[in-house]
Design a protein around this ligand. Structure first.
Ligand SMILES: Cc1ncc(COP(=O)(O)O)c(C=O)c1O
Length: 312
């Protein structure tokens, strides 16, 4: 390795460290108006309050950091992945900050707002059939990587351990510290499953009897962007179906109603998936006498104008 390349990589690693300051450390906010029950407290982690404005900043940053440190990614390779939106925005933001080109495969029916954000951040976009949803985007990314392994670093968020480990190493310790170790239940929906897997494992490492409950849309044709209906979708490699202590199903229309409730009682205008997480936390709260339930609000509603028009 020449001195020139070596010093470039040191500069890139030091920039990675700087950008890392904008990832994680989100507020843990008590929900008191949208729902309350004596003896039970629900907290939501407001995950849009970081770089890229969503929970996916954590895995995207960890995936990129690990690849840079492993020598698999640098300023001359494209980071490649399939993403329905939030991970893409996180990759594109971090890629822009680090001078790493980003190529993303996404279904053609992703919202215009998302496409504009991704293009504005300088990402190269490859559109796949709307009828194959994120599964089609995954297959396309695999195909591109097989054709040009020299050009791309294929991040593969569905199979990359740096995804769930980001939550193990950051989300779980933040929740543990934020509740002073009083958390009794963790609840989250499943997309790539990184949030649920990593946070649950991290919390159980602190205290094994913390109960972790996974949320699923109640049917394949749901409107909870970011979530997967695992019985009918490609199951992510990082998913372990033995980890959850329980499962709850969420109805899309009830989640949309919950968007309205959270907005008009807590003053937080959140995404449908965030509202669905609170819906799950409330279902759980109704079934227990006491406890501290924590969930995540993956993002706010700023990217969901089309959905909001139906809700309000
Ligand atoms: C809005 C939204 N909610 C929930 C999730 C699910 O998170 P995870 O992929 O960690 O399971 C995602 C993932 O992309 C998302 O974008």
């Amino acid at each position: 390795m020449t001195t020139h390349i070596k010093s470039k990589n040191i500069r890139l690693k030091s920039r990675v460290h700087q950008v890392g300051q904008l990832v994680g450390n989100t507020p843990l906010y008590p929900i008191t108006k949208a729902y309350s029950k004596k003896g039970v407290q629900i907290y939501a982690k407001l995950e849009w309050q970081q770089l890229g404005s969503s929970v996916k900043s954590r895995p995207a940053f960890n995936i990129i950091k690990q690849a840079v440190y492993d020598g698999k990614l640098d300023n001359n390779k494209h980071l490649l992945d399939a993403t329905s939106g939030n991970t893409g925005i996180a990759y594109a933001s971090i890629g822009a900050a680090l001078g790493i080109p980003v190529t993303l495969c996404l279904p053609e029916n992703a919202s215009e707002g998302r496409k504009t954000i991704l293009k504005s951040l300088g990402a190269n976009l490859i559109f796949t059939s709307r009828f194959e949803s994120t599964d089609g985007a995954q297959l396309k990314a695999k195909e591109l990587f097989a054709e040009r392994p020299d050009k791309y670093y294929y991040a593969d968020q569905y199979a990359n351990d740096s995804n769930w480990k980001a939550h193990y190493e950051t989300t779980a310790p933040e929740i543990w510290a934020g509740t002073y170790g009083k958390i009794t239940h963790f609840v989250a929906g499943l997309g790539t499953t990184g949030t649920f897997m990593g946070t649950s494992r991290g919390l159980k490492a602190y205290k094994n009897d913390i109960e972790v409950v996974a949320l699923q849309p109640d049917n394949p044709m749901h409107g909870l962007e970011g979530w997967k209906h695992l019985e009918t979708a490609i199951v992510p490699k990082i998913y372990d179906n033995q980890l959850a202590d329980g499962f709850l199903e969420i109805d899309t229309l009830q989640a949309y109603e919950m968007v309205k409730t959270i907005a008009q009682t807590e003053g937080l205008l959140v995404s449908p998936s965030a509202a669905a997480n609170l819906q799950g936390a409330i279902q759980l709260a109704k079934s227990i006498d006491e406890g501290v339930i924590v969930t995540t609000f993956a993002d706010d509603a700023s990217k969901y104008a089309e959905v909001l028009q139906h809700i309000f």
